[in-house]
Structure formats: C-alpha cells, structure tokens
Design a binder for this molecule. Structure first.
Ligand code: ZN
Length: 229
C-alpha cells in the first residue's frame, strides 16, 4: 500500500539529509522518483543538505499542481514509484491534498519532509495539512540541540542578535542559510529548547548574561557548599 508520510522536525534536525538518503536508497533499488523542494537554501530547483550534498529538484511554486505533474510524467510513459517532497511546510493546503490523491489514486509513495512550526510556534500551513492527512507522521530522531545542551524543539527568529516572536511567517532570503533581511536588519534562526524559547534566551543573550554575572540571581557552581568536618 502506498503511503503519505510526513517526516517532521525543527531546523537542523537533518531532514534534507534524510530526504537525499531516501532518494539514494530507493534509486539504488531501481525505483524511479520525482524530487520537489521549495525555497531551498541553495536556490531554485535544487535540494541541498547542510552536510554539503545536493541534487536537482522541481521547484514548487504556489501554482504547481502535484497531481498534474505526476499524471503528465505517467502519460509520457515515464515511471514514477515515489515522490520526495522537501520544505513541505511551505506547500499550500491544496498541494498537500494533491499529494494525498497521488497516493490514493495512483498508488505512489509520497515522502514529505518539513519543519513543524514557525518562529512564533505556530504550525506552517503545509505542516498543518500534513498532520491532518498523512498516514504516518515521523518525528526525526536526530535531535538538534539548544545552546544549553537540551533537545531543541523550537525555531527562534533572531533579528540583529535579538530574538523576536512577531512578524511575517516567511521573509525573503529566509532559507538561504545566510539569513534574510528585514528593513536592513539581519534575520537568522536558532533552535532552542522550550525553556529558553519561552525565556527568549538565545545563545547571544546567554553570552551577554554570563559576561555580566550580576544579572544572574545565583550560580551554584561558584558558591560550593564548604565541606563539613
Ligand atoms: Zn536551552
């Protein structure tokens, strides 16, 4: 039975690397796939991972219809055994519905990879529809780490070093890896544990706090209990 699977996680959890590995494993078995991505960090029509690997891909514009693309391949005699869909958080709800139809009516496996929630902790539109429709949701098990060493579960937007929780969901250049730009300010992202997300304590803020120890109420490590005796 074909399946619609959503591999989800935070930024830096290795989604694109897994997408590339999955394509490699499938094609090594003689299966033929179509690869899609949207706003990849390396530019249009390429799926890249932070580890340096990349492969050509179909760019998903808002008007792309997955159903039509797949049917067109099939009517031209091409084989399609599976789809790899990266950056699926950016897809529209309608596009996720097209992917479900590809699974159900054409019997083709669709593997989607995406970030669950944005920097405001709200679900991306594509991720929301995938949670609703996917046969399986798999949370990626290579955890990204917060600066404190805890498992990172949240994506924080940092503007000129300061964490923000309001603004547009996607800004131009967001996924370039170099960060985007809003009003000449530098926009980047950092993964944090929930505690530090809630406290708005990104690594830059933490460094500032430790450089001025008086802002910390106490630090047990520098106040050891004297041995009794
Ligand atoms: Zn933390």
């Amino acid at each position: 039975m074909a399946e619609l699977v959503f591999f989800s996680g935070t930024m830096d959890c290795g989604k694109s690397t897994l997408a590339l590995q999955m394509d490699h494993n499938q094609s090594a078995r003689g299966r033929v796939g179509l690869i899609f991505t949207k706003l990849d960090r390396m530019g249009e029509s390429v799926l890249s991972s932070r580890l340096g690997l990349s492969t050509p891909a179909h760019e998903v514009g808002d008007d792309l219809d997955f159903w039509e693309v797949v049917v067109e391949h099939l009517t031209h005699g091409a084989r399609v055994d599976y789809l790899i869909c990266d950056e699926a958080q950016f897809y529209t709800a309608a596009q996720v519905e097209q992917l479900a139809r590809v699974v159900d009516e054409l019997g083709i496996d669709v593997n989607c990879f995406g970030i669950t929630a944005d920097f405001r902790t709200e679900l991306f539109p594509g991720s929301k529809r995938l949670f609703e429709l996917a046969d399986r949701v798999q949370v990626l098990q290579v955890p990204a780490l917060c600066w404190c060493g805890e498992r990172a579960t949240h994506n924080a937007r940092i503007i000129d070093g300061v964490m923000v929780v309001e603004g547009e969901q996607v800004v131009v250049g967001d996924t370039s890896g170099e960060g985007g730009v809003i009003d000449e300010a530098h926009v980047e992202y950092e993964v944090l544990c929930r505690r530090h997300y809630m406290r708005r304590m990104n690594s830059h803020a933490a460094r500032l706090a430790s450089a001025t120890p008086d802002v910390l109420p106490f630090d047990l490590d520098v106040c050891p209990v004297p041995p009794r005796g």
